[in-house]
Design a protein around this ligand. Sequence first.
Ligand SMILES: *Cc1c(COP(=O)(O)O)cnc(C)c1O
Length: 378
Amino acid sequence: MSNLFPNYGRQDFEIMSGKGCQVTDDQGRTYLDFTSGIGVMNLGYGNPLLEEALVKQSRELWHMPNLYQSHLQEEVAELLAAQHDFVAFFCNSGTEANEAAIKLARKATGRSKLITFLDSFHGRTYGGMSATGQEKIHEGFQPLVPGFTYLPYNQLAPLEEALDQDTAAVMLEVVQGEGGVLPAEKAWLQAVAELCKENGTLLIVDEVQTGIGRTGKLFAFEHFNIQPDIVTLAKGLGNGFPVGAMLGKRELTAAFGPGSHGSTFGGNKLAMAAAKSVLQQLDDDLLAHVATGSQQLLAALQEIDSPYLKEVRGLGLMIGLELTDELPVGTVISQLQAKGLLTLRAGANVLRLLPPLTVSIEEMMQAAAWIKEVIQEA
Ligand SMILES: *Cc1c(COP(=O)(O)O)cnc(C)c1O
């Protein structure tokens, strides 16, 4: 009998160690990991520079609250915002980053209405959950935070109708992750950004899953030629050390004055040492590898010929294979696991691949071959 709440559907084995893109379970079985701990281990397992940075910081100081200066927070903020005029607030998770974004948007605009999208995912705390446009995630937890409206993704007319001078913010993922690996259409996203600007509405881009190189750019919004007012980050930022961040345009600083918002652990020394090492390693070469690797992996997956495969889509190393109802994604995940490949589900019936960004072309081709076998033999 377990001593844990059964709120997770867990597999019956435990992963005990990892190196690069390979992990080993408690039975000694090894797997190629195409989950990266749900988009977290972007630099893979056992990254030596990251280990060194954490060991070094752990011998100096683990924690100090935000009552004092933090050169590490300043450095991480600089690394994150180098190309954009953002300032940063640090927290510990994606949902906390979104809480900060929602609070900042309301305070900065003095407006209460927030628009998000159907099939979005923004986290599990009350703000993040209320922002999430999925009924199954709200079930049993009502009343939600008031003020949210959920609109169809990639459709402009409903947004034109709903967005007005009382709208504090539009919040979206540029590729819906949990919702089924659904990329935004460029023209739509640009129109959304324009509409926000015209109405004095802030554009919040939730990059918790898409950020930190996942799509081949530091931020996925950079593919779309838009400039958000607020960006939220977490998953890959600490490569497994819990850290989240909200970035916002410098002109929003007045709304988040001393005492307005905070976090005891946010920007913790160990977390910042991890984030700094991650960002220093996320160089142009690695981003270029994500882009070329993505093309090759997508091309290999496009070759799968099966009546059960509806679509292969994605951006960078965030890839989804939408299956028909006749082939449940759970079956595919189990069969891949038996071959030695760990994968994820998303949306209604989508096989989601989020390998570490450091995955080799060889490993991608091996994974594609196994996926092809499983789907074609179904
Ligand atoms: C995972 C995720 C979150 C929630 O992050 P947590 O760290 O689990 O709170 C929020 N938004 C998106 C887009 C995510 O993928």
